[in-house]
Design a protein around this ligand. Structure first.
Ligand SMILES: NC(=O)C1=CN([C@@H]2O[C@H](COP(=O)(O)OP(=O)(O)OC[C@H]3O[C@@H](n4cnc5c(N)ncnc54)[C@H](OP(=O)(O)O)[C@@H]3O)[C@@H](O)[C@H]2O)C=CC1
Ligand SMILES: O=C(O)C1=N[C@H](C(=O)O)C[C@H](O)C1
Length: 278
């Protein structure tokens, strides 16, 4: 049992699919205190974040679109640990959100995908200069970390690999942040995958998917009825090795989100990927 004051947590994107899960998870964690719920969606302004998330009791935390005043308010609290902001918003806004939080000394835990490599590098410089921890985690589920580790192990023995990611049809970005990170992890071995055997022609543009730097094809499927799924398919003469992860409930991300909130306070720079904090 610890006497430490709870960590103040702001959820950005609190009315969204992930934001609502995070509100519930934070409200149920005794060492965390939900102090703010931000969301730009006009129809949810002033609603109680707890009720919106499906909790039986209100949390007395209203949804607001006032990010900067909220950051200023939490930063101004002199007692207890510094604040953390969890971001599940939109690829278009996440870069600015992270910069604003760091400028106020609030530690970002970022699940929003769609940041470019240049933006991540720039944010890493900014966090380093501010000596402020920041976590960018393309996928918070332990199953995906295990899939990626298995894929890295397999890639020592296979020269041919393609990725298929499948998501619900409200997803803004493609390919998924997880698929991009998976290709990067495979590419870190320094191998070039998928040496061409024939001159290929795409009769319909995009038929062979997108091609990451590592030579790895990524195919994106968007359908209602899907949540989040990924296959990494290795091929060699006479054999196929398939790794697959399926998400059926966004609750699967919450242990990773809570871990990241607790870990980010001890950091002084930006870290990318859940595997680095396990
Ligand atoms: N890292 C991980 O493990 C996971 C990452 N994700 C990522 O998280 C992000 C959010 O996903 P999801 O919850 O499904 O998306 P949703 O669209 O369900 O939720 C996003 C919420 O953020 C709001 N919003 C949009 N822009 C802003 C802004 N500038 N400031 C404040 N609020 C804003 C949206 O409002 P409105 O609807 O009005 O636009 C919406 O309520 C995506 O990038 C997704 O890829 C998702 C699952 C797991
Ligand atoms: O939008 C989603 O749903 C998800 N987004 C993340 C991604 O782009 O990788 C993580 C997970 O796949 C769910």
């Amino acid at each position: 049992m610890t006497n430490q004051a709870p960590i103040p947590v702001i959820v950005n994107g609190a009315a969204g699919k992930m934001g609502r899960e995070v509100v519930k998870a934070v409200a149920q964690a005794p060492d965390l205190n939900l102090v703010g719920a931000i969301d730009s969606s006009p129809q949810h302004q002033e609603k109680d974040a707890g009720e919106l998330a499906g909790l039986s009791e209100p949390l007395e935390v209203p949804i607001t679109n006032q990010l900067e005043p909220m950051l200023g308010y939490v930063a101004g609290e002199r007692q207890g640990p510094p604040g953390v902001i969890v971001d599940f918003t939109h690829p278009d806004s996440v870069y600015d959100n992270i910069r604003s939080a760091i400028a106020y000394g609030i530690r970002p835990v970022v699940g929003t995908t769609g940041l470019s490599p240049e933006q991540i590098e720039d944010l890493a410089d900014f966090a380093e200069k501010a000596s402020t921890g920041c976590l960018i985690i393309p996928n918070f589920s332990i199953g995906m970390v295990l899939l990626q580790q298995a894929a890295v192990a397999a890639s020592q023995y296979f020269d041919h690999v393609e990725i298929i990611e499948l998501h619900h049809n409200q997803k803004a970005d493609a390919p998924s942040g997880t698929a991009i990170q998976t290709a990067q992890l495979l590419g870190e071995l320094g191998k070039t995958f998928n040496p061409a055997l024939v001159q290929e022609t795409e009769k319909l543009a995009g038929a062979r998917g997108s091609q990451a730097d590592e030579g790895i094809r990524i195919h994106s499927v968007r359908l209602p009825g899907l949540v989040a799924h990924q296959e990494v398919i290795f091929g060699a003469p006479g054999q196929i090795y398939t790794l697959r992860h399926d998400t059926s409930d966004r609750a699967c991300y919450m242990p990773g989100v809570l871990l990241a909130i607790r870990k980010v306070l001890a950091l002084k720079s930006l870290i990318y990927g859940l595997e680095k904090i396990l």
